[in-house]
Design a protein around this ligand. Structure first.
Ligand code: AMP
Length: 280
């Protein structure tokens, strides 16, 4: 079936109401476009539980703390729509900023500390922008479920927290990170990498893998030191953190956490990349 493409709140609401009237489950996959297999895997996950899947493509200005980052963010709408159709996405909502924020006010949200470490420390106001836009998308589209990538684990944890705090009746599903065979996590930003920086970008997933595979032999601090060393020579590391997967607080010993993950953000050339892996 041909995918429906709309820029209008009323039209996407109409399509969703129609689906719901037929008793269909509605799934949402929010994206910023420049789609790759990682995004498509979210649509495929949504399709497993939903009868009608909506993807949104919106490069949300309020979550960018750096104007040139916003301007340089890759955009490829026609190819995106084609890819979404290929994976049986039913509708794509491609609004303007005015349309998304029409008749809405910013809301106050207690992040419960989840916005403090890592991305929160390095991208001022980023998560404030993320929760505003995701709440708006939830209000406009009103899905039964929404899929988010664990690649952006801190974002996923914050969306879960928002949905719990505000009692929003949407099932938030976290989906595994899709990687190249060489380990590089797929990202829209990878296409901005210079050819000579590709090898350096691989160091990120290698460092995470090193931590994941050696955690029984070393303390978190020892592993951080081991993993940081090869990175610092080649890329501009912003943080390498080993943290509790629930509270996202850094841990000193493994016994502090029921589940732990390792997180990295780094600039490779001019391109900022993030990645993380589950340790246990
Ligand atoms: P973005 O367009 O970068 O805002 O990402 C939209 C959604 O796709 C977010 O939920 C991301 O976490 C998810 N995503 C991005 N890259 C990947 C990946 N490599 N594997 C799985 N999900 C991803």
């Amino acid at each position: 079936m041909k995918i429906k493409v709309t820029t209008s709140n009323d039209e996407i609401r109409g399509l969703v109401s129609n689906a719901k009237e037929k008793g269909q489950i509605v799934g949402l996959v929010p994206t910023m476009g420049a789609l790759h297999q990682g995004h498509l895997s979210l649509v495929q996950e949504a399709n497993k539980k939903a009868d009608f899947t909506v993807a949104s493509i919106f490069v949300n200005p309020t979550q960018f703390d750096d104007n040139s980052d916003l301007e340089n963010y890759p955009r490829s709408l026609d190819a995106d729509i084609h890819m979404l159709e290929e994976v049986n996405c039913n509708a794509v909502y491609v609004p303007s900023s005015d349309e998304v924020y029409k008749d809405s006010k910013p809301f106050e949200f207690d992040f419960n500390g989840l916005n403090k470490p890592m991305e929160g420390e390095y991208r001022a106001g980023h998560f404030q922008g993320v929760v505003q836009v995701v709440k708006r998308l939830f209000e406009i589209i009103n899905p039964d479920l929404a899929c988010f990538g664990l690649k952006d684990f801190q974002q996923y944890a914050i969306i879960k927290e928002m949905v719990n705090q505000l009692n929003i009746p949407i099932d938030v599903i976290g989906c595994e990170t899709i990687r190249e065979e060489n380990g590089l996590a797929l990202s829209s930003r990878n296409q901005l990498l210079a050819q000579e920086d590709l090898q350096s970008a691989l160091l990120i997933s290698k460092a995470l893998r090193l931590i994941q595979q050696n955690y029984r032999k070393h303390s978190p601090a020892e592993l951080k030191a081991l993993a940081v060393e090869p990175l610092q020579k080649e890329i501009n590391l912003e943080y390498l953190e080993i943290a509790d997967s629930d509270r996202l607080q850094p841990i000193e010993s493994w016994s502090e956490a029921k589940h732990a993950r390792a997180f990295i953000a780094a600039k490779v050339g001019e391109v900022r990349l993030i990645d993380n892996m589950e340790i246990f």
